[in-house]
Design a protein around this ligand. Structure first.
Ligand code: IMP
Length: 188
């Protein structure tokens, strides 16, 4: 079993990543360091910057993940500001912004950045299109899960529970990372 250090202060995220990487024989060692978040509209740059700085700081290879919910009718808002918007106006505030808007299309984007101390970050991406629900639904999730319906499911992530892993933006990005990690580190 190989392990990887994952820098996150979010235990729910860590739990999902553990479940996603387990079938690949990769254990997750959580470093409870706060991501160093630069302000940028591009979540790829945010994750890569943070991975580069933190891997140097803890003198170990690590991964950092950054996620954003991009709503088409709001021109991609909240995007890279998803954490701030969740903390401030929350789900009810986002639903209010969407009142009277029929175009509910949105996309969840996830970026995983892997970096070795002194090295260049390598980035893996996952993206799932879906819709913003008209109301909060489901109680198995966290963050925006109760208002995001992945395309073709008719249920929110919070209603899908652990089945979220089969379709999620996070699963797509981390599976891509896992395949690369196993190949490049010769894990058998
Ligand atoms: P961050 O990547 O931890 O900065 O997440 C940005 C915001 O999106 C936070 O408010 C998270 O709660 C939310 N978020 C991140 N990933 C997910 C997810 O898989 N489901 C629902 N909300 C998420």
């Amino acid at each position: 079993m190989r392990s990887i250090t994952f820098a996150t202060g979010n235990p729910k995220k860590a739990e999902e990543v553990r479940r996603i990487l387990k079938p690949y024989g990769i254990e997750v060692d959580v470093a409870k360091v706060h991501k160093i978040e630069i302000q940028d509209e591009n979540i790829e740059r945010i994750a890569a910057f943070s991975a580069r700085i933190l891997s140097r700081r803890i003198c170990k290879p690590l991964i950092v993940e950054d996620t954003g919910l991009f709503i088409d009718a709001l021109k991609g808002f909240p995007g890279s500001y998803s954490a701030y918007v969740y903390r401030t106006i929350g789900l009810t505030g986002v639903l209010k912004l969407m009142e009277g808007i029929d175009d509910r299309d949105a996309v969840f984007r996830c970026v995983v950045a892997y970096c070795e101390p002194g090295g260049k970050p390598i980035v893996f991406k996952g993206e799932v299109r879906g819709r913003i629900a008209y109301e909060i639904r489901g109680d198995a999730g966290w963050g925006y899960d109760p208002i995001f319906e992945p395309e073709g499911y008719g249920k929110t992530y919070a209603e899908l529970g652990v089945y979220k892993d089969e379709v999620s933006h996070r699963a797509e990005a981390f599976r891509e990372f896992a395949r690369w990690y196993i190949r490049s580190k010769n894990i058998v």
